[in-house]
Design a protein around this ligand. Sequence first.
Ligand code: B1M
Length: 210
Amino acid sequence: MTDYNEMTQALVSCDAAELTKLVNDALAGGTPATDILNQGLIAGMDIVGERMESGDMFIPEVLMAAQAMGACVDILKPMLSDEEGAAGASVIIGTVKGDLHDIGKNLVAMMMESAGLTVHNLGVDIPPENFVSQIEKTNARIVCLSALLTTTMPAMKQTVEAIVEAGLRDKVKIMVGGAPVTQAFADEIGADGFAADAGSASKMAKSFVN
Ligand code: B1M
């Protein structure tokens, strides 16, 4: 049986070699990739977050843990694909201005890609005007905004406003997500949808396309 506690411990200890071994062993033993992601890796990152907040872990260590998690997400990627499929509509996704967190945003991008959507992942710290220019360039039908900091949530509102000002609001559905984001906030800033995790984000995008 998979010991998720060992995985969370390896992640918190920033032990990438041990973590990738545990993930590979769990997969070989038949543990579903989604369980490894949720119960091992994301649970471990939550502990990292708590330690960061209490001052028991510092930024360089948090970055190492994030890199270890990224390596494991790459291993899980082929197994996390969504089998239902969707039309190849274009989606742009990015972390909003001022925010450098990208693990969750990349998971959302990955799930959408595997659902058959054409995903343009703009990266992190993306200013509103770049979202606007990318909508025009890619003819995107869906825009996904990610924010992990309460201080960068206002940049989501600014991005929605920039899309309205550019006259593109009717052309796209706007989805928002990230740990501090809520449905109430999505409603407040005039987004079309909020998704709490990568799986529901992918399902929502497909429902907008279909
Ligand atoms: Co940051 N950080 N961080 N950090 N960091 C948090 C977010 C924090 C909660 C930690 C804490 O104090 N407990 C805290 C924010 C507090 C707040 O605002 N309320 C925090 C802070 C304070 C900071 C700094 C300010 C620290 C400092 O410098 N003093 C700084 C800010 C830098 C910046 O962005 N300008 C900072 C820096 C960093 C690192 C660079 C070291 C690193 C990021 C590395 C990277 O991403 N490449 C980092 C990390 C790793 C974290 C924690 C520990 C983990 C984040 C993570 O990857 N989670 C985090 C604590 C935590 O979240 N528990 C923390 C795993 C990931 C799978 O989950 O991103 O939530 P998540 O994504 C989920 C959903 O939210 C959703 O789906 C994903 C998958 O299911 N989702 C979407 C995400 N985006 C979506 C978009 C959508 C839909 C769904 O579009 C439609």
